[in-house]
Design a protein around this ligand. Structure first.
Ligand code: ARG
Length: 463
């Protein structure tokens, strides 16, 4: 198409073609070509419906449906020549269809608008992403589960404020992430169920006077039902915002795990070693092993959150129904979906490959007076002391150990008695991290017996 002539699709009332800058700001073909498969699927369903309803002839519908398959194969093989002058994927496909099948192509857009078309394409695209993300998160969860099973009873420090709190088990800590990713999957599946309504047939905004069958296209495209309100159908981007919201929460979970792995792999912690396959070296410092993959997972969450803020901001001031602002929904969602998929895949690899340093975990579990709560609990249980009093006595014992630069188990009986006279040797048993974790058998607690039950439950769920 010549740049100076009006647009062939909508230029009837125009005398001049668009300015080059207008074309540049208006075109979405640079990114929405990713919707080609969904666009063609939607158009084929629409053509079949138009024929079934007697709106176009069967032979026109057949020519359109076959021609669209040719267009699809040209796009898939990379030979399709995308045109910026044709703005977007919808008009690129239709223009090429016209070249292939001639006049019938002009009938495809009957009882349809790009407004319901793009809403339908994009919903289908997001729906596919939700399905792919579900599978990816299941894979990551299985990798975490395998690690948890290997170390169901390895002790490590549990932290609050990143200060040693109480000993926990490695399996228990990793299962915390399995819980988070299961919630992410459930959020994705809720979003999928809510968004699975078909906008096609809403036309520009008001519906159409043609006797269309919206149930037919909805079903052909795998939707549960047509959207009930044509105005809502073309102006709604909740499905994209909900996708991004759920994606953001998932990205935050990934980022927290990534952050822990970055910390754990330092020379100061040495809790885990990442595989060569997911680490990099330094071009100047020969000793380096950098956790780049985990760092990038952490950073990708910033992109996902950014996309979310961006789309919400685009949408928040828009009057009903469609405004061209809404064309800016796609790049955000594409980028967020790509970033999240890559982050999950990388995290699965990191987790599968990583090696826990069990001796280091155990040593760290004993440091930092991690069993002070166990000592206080012993005073409550064995001496009938009120917990607040036991807390105070234990605090004094910690202060004493600190002044002697030793741990609680290294205090002598005399040291203990100097703070509280009624101690006995039994107290030393509860100062062992392994004993500590084994004692925490409350529902959801860190005891290896509980952790093994949870592993069995998750194995059932994840298969
Ligand atoms: N490329 C457009 C988009 O992505 C398609 C819809 C155009 N609709 C319109 N009324 N100009 O939003």
């Amino acid at each position: 198409m010549s740049k100076d002539s009006p647009n062939a699709m909508w230029g009837g009332r125009f005398a001049e073609g668009p300015d080059a800058i207008m074309e540049a700001i208006n075109a979405s073909i640079g990114f929405d070509q990713r919707l080609a498969g969904h666009d063609i699927r939607g158009s084929r369903a629409h053509a079949a419906m138009l024929a079934a309803q007697g709106i176009i002839s069967d032979s026109d519908a057949q020519a359109i449906r076959e021609g669209l398959l040719t267009v699809l194969s040209e796009i898939e093989s990379g030979e399709f020549d995308f045109s910026t002058a044709l703005e977007d994927i919808h008009m690129n496909v239709e223009a090429r269809l016209k070249e292939i099948v001639g006049e019938p192509a002009g009938r495809l857009h009957t009882a349809r608008s790009r407004n319901d078309q793009v809403a339908t394409d994009f919903r289908m695209w997001v729906r596919d992403q939700l399905d792919a993300l579900d599978g990816a998160l299941a894979g990551l969860s299985r990798a975490l589960l395998a690690q948890a099973e290997a170390g169901a009873d390895w002790v490590m420090p549990g932290f609050t404020h990143l200060q040693v709190a109480q000993p926990v088990t490695w399996g228990h800590h990793l299962l915390a992430y399995v819980e988070m990713f299961a919630r992410d999957r459930s959020r994705f599946s809720d979003a999928r169920a809510r968004m699975n309504e078909c906008p096609l047939g809403a036309a520009a905004l008001a519906g159409t006077s043609f006797p269309i069958d919206r149930e037919m296209t909805s079903e052909a495209l795998g939707f549960d039902r047509p959207c009930a309100n044509s105005i809502d159908a073309v102006s709604d981007r909740d499905f994209a915002m909900e996708f991004l919201s759920a994606a953001s929460i998932c990205a935050v979970h990934l980022s927290r795990l990534a952050e822990e792995l970055v910390i754990w792999s330092t020379a100061q912690f040495r809790f885990v070693e990442m595989s060569d396959r997911f680490s990099t070296g330094s071009s100047i410092m020969p000793q380096k092993r950098n956790p780049d993959a985990a760092e990038l997972v952490r950073a990708k969450s910033g992109r996902v959150l950014g996309a979310t803020v961006s789309l919400f901001t685009v949408m928040k001031g828009l009057p009903l129904t469609y405004s061209k602002d809404m064309q800016e929904d796609k790049e955000q969602v594409f980028d967020a979906a790509d970033s999240l998929m890559l982050a999950i895949a990388a995290m699965e690899g990191i987790v599968r490959d990583m090696c826990a340093n069990v001796a280091e975990l155990e040593a760290a579990a004993a440091a930092g007076f991690s069993t002070a709560t166990d000592l206080a609990d012993w005073l409550v249980r064995e001496r009938g002391m009120p917990f607040r009093e036991a807390h105070r006595v234990t605090g004094s014992l910690v202060a004493l150990a600190e002044s002697k630069r030793c741990g609680l188990p290294a205090l002598s009986m005399e040291d203990m008695a100097s703070v509280y006279t009624d101690m006995d040797e039994g107290v030393f048993d509860v100062l062992e991290p392994k004993r500590s974790v084994a004692s925490r058998t409350s529902l959801g607690g860190t005891a290896p017996v509980r952790v093994r039950e949870e592993i069995a439950r998750w194995k059932e769920v994840l298969g």
